[in-house]
Design a protein around this ligand. Structure first.
Ligand SMILES: [Zn+2]
Length: 143
């Protein structure tokens, strides 16, 4: 048996580009979750796209949203290819339907498998990592 401490792995920070880069830099700058919105018809959409699915406009903006929503779907992850996340296993990835309508994907915090159900009220927040990326976290609201 070795007396060496286990190697510490650094969590990979993705480098988004295009519209995802715009989305993340807004979140990093403000500390708030943002969603793309069509300037011409007001429709919100996620993930961001160059054209509105309702009116085909290419005028868009990114607006801050409350982060309030509910669990639309989730998956319990028992395996990761990124060694930095091994200590977090099992972790839960959730699809949250925001009060504003669009759905976002994030990671549930402080919840054991079995501690979450479809429809549970949650709050989504962002945690900047560097200048171009923010983790998207999901926290259960107290029941
Ligand atoms: Zn539109």
């Amino acid at each position: 048996m070795s007396d060496e401490l286990p190697k510490q792995y650094k969590k990979y920070v993705p480098q988004p580009d295009g519209l995802n880069l715009e989305l993340h830099t807004r979140a990093v700058a403000s500390g708030l979750l943002h969603i793309q919105r069509c300037v011409d018809c007001g429709q919100s959409r996620q993930p961001p796209r160059y054209y509105c699915q309702d009116c085909f406009s290419d005028n868009y903006d990114f607006v801050p949203v409350s982060g309030v929503g509910s669990i639309y779907s989730f998956a319990i992850n028992h395996f990761t290819i990124d060694r930095a996340w091994i200590e977090e296993l099992p972790y839960i990835t959730a699809v949250v339907e925001l009060a504003e309508g669009p759905r976002v994907v994030g990671a549930l915090r402080n919840v054991e498998p079995g501690g979450v159900a479809l429809g549970d009220a949650v709050t989504v927040s962002v945690e900047p990592r560097g200048e171009n990326f923010a983790f998207i976290w999901v926290d259960l609201n107290s029941k």
